[in-house]
Write a protein that binds this ligand. Structure first.
Ligand code: CU
Length: 190
């Protein structure tokens, strides 16, 4: 009985493809190392669900982890210190904040209510830097070392994707997502 039920569930899933689909692709850059850490996001497209989430940016091994963190507006970022030395977090961008300096194992939170790029800096360590990019969409992805990325859960429709990279020019790309047909797009940054 249970096996039969499982079979029915499986066949109905196959007969009616999921309404949401994906866009995957790759980033090409003038220098191979710049393929990584590009943010690909939905700039224009079907209405997106609003969701509030809390995500973490760590300070570990004297670097921010991750270096590039896309979030949706009104999300909370918890800044964690995993190092045996004190770290600070501040930005000179947007609403400008200085969250103070705190020791290992502790964290401080900040809610980002405006879109934009916020460089994350540390007063204790001059060379520490990371980027929080606050977007108007929950649909975004960060490219891996090889430049590959994947946006999941997109309803069918026509999209303009934006691409952000800390060193390269922004780019816009048009893509159409059809139900049951994952889209592919390769993006050349300059
Ligand atoms: Cu530091």
């Amino acid at each position: 009985m249970f096996q039969r039920l499982a079979f029915l569930v499986l066949t109905s899933f196959l007969a009616f493809p999921a309404l949401a689909d994906s866009v995957s692709g790759s980033i090409q850059a003038p220098v191979p190392k710049f393929r990584a850490n590009a943010i690909v996001f939905v700039k224009q497209g079907p209405p997106a669900p609003a969701a509030k989430k809390t995500v973490t940016m760590d300070q570990k091994g004297l670097v921010f982890v991750p270096r590039v963190l896309p979030i949706q507006r009104d999300w909370t970022v918890e800044f964690l210190n995993s190092d045996p030395v004190a770290h600070n977090v501040f930005t000179v961008d947007g609403e400008k904040y200085d969250l103070g300096t705190w020791p290992q194992g502790q964290k401080k939170a900040h809610v980002f209510s405006k879109t934009g790029t916020y460089r994350q800096l540390c007063r204790v360590h001059d060379d520490m830097i990371a980027f929080i990019v606050v977007l108007d969409t929950p649909w975004f992805a960060v490219s891996d070392k090889a430049g590959n990325f994947k946006l999941d859960g997109l309803p069918p429709g026509n999209y303009t994707l934006g691409v952000w990279h800390e060193k390269l020019k922004s780019a816009d790309v048009q893509v159409t997502v059809a139900a049951g047909q994952p889209a592919k797009v390769d993006i050349k940054l300059q």
